[in-house]
Design a protein around this ligand. Structure first.
Ligand code: S3P
Length: 168
């Protein structure tokens, strides 16, 4: 498969942990879209949200995503909101395969409860509705894998199996 693999899913689903494991197994580079944005802007995501607002961050996110078409085939972890944009979803379906890491809400909450660097994790009370809305979008991904009670190695192997099936 020479397309990019884009990992999507809620905050705390393990995209940035599983991504490097999958990339190693597939012998391709790993990129984290949030990290690319932070490096380019020389600011943390939290600071971008605070100083420029979420809509500005979403523009940066789409812009940086589009630039990924120039990279050699890679595994890329996307931020939890990236797959909500129809523009982003269309781009991803053209240039890659989307993989949804499906995490139960309680596990995502437990993993993110002390997170200082996620602006949308500061008020976990709002997460129930955010989670519901987002699941509808994530379910449009090409592949989905449940992450609870599995190691990153197991999850990466499962993803590889699904990718083989997609190739036919
Ligand atoms: C966001 C998730 C974050 C980051 C930003 C917004 C979201 O990434 O992109 O804080 O809207 O869900 P992670 O999913 O890697 O935490």
């Amino acid at each position: 498969m020479d397309k990019h693999i884009y990992l999507v899913g809620f905050m705390g689903s393990g995209k940035s942990t599983i991504g490097p494991v999958l990339a190693r197994k597939m012998k391709r580079p790993f990129h984290d879209l949030d990290e690319l944005i932070e490096r380019e802007q020389n600011k943390t995501i939290a600071t971008i949200f605070e100083t420029k607002g979420e809509p500005f961050f979403r523009e940066l996110e789409s812009h940086r995503l589009v630039q990924s078409q120039d990279l050699e085939p890679c595994v890329m972890a996307l931020g939890g909101g990236a797959f909500l944009s129809e523009f982003n979803r269309k781009f991803i379906s053209k240039h890659g395969v989307s993989v949804w890491l499906r995490v139960p809400l309680q596990l995502a909450k437990a993993r993110c409860k002390d997170s200082q660097d996620r602006p949308l994790a500061r008020d976990l009370k709002q997460w129930d509705s955010l989670f519901q809305v987002r699941e509808m979008h994530y379910s449009l991904a090409d592949v989905q894998v449940e992450v609870a009670l599995k190691s990153p190695e197991q999850i990466a192997s499962e993803i590889q199996e699904h990718l083989k099936e997609l190739q036919g």
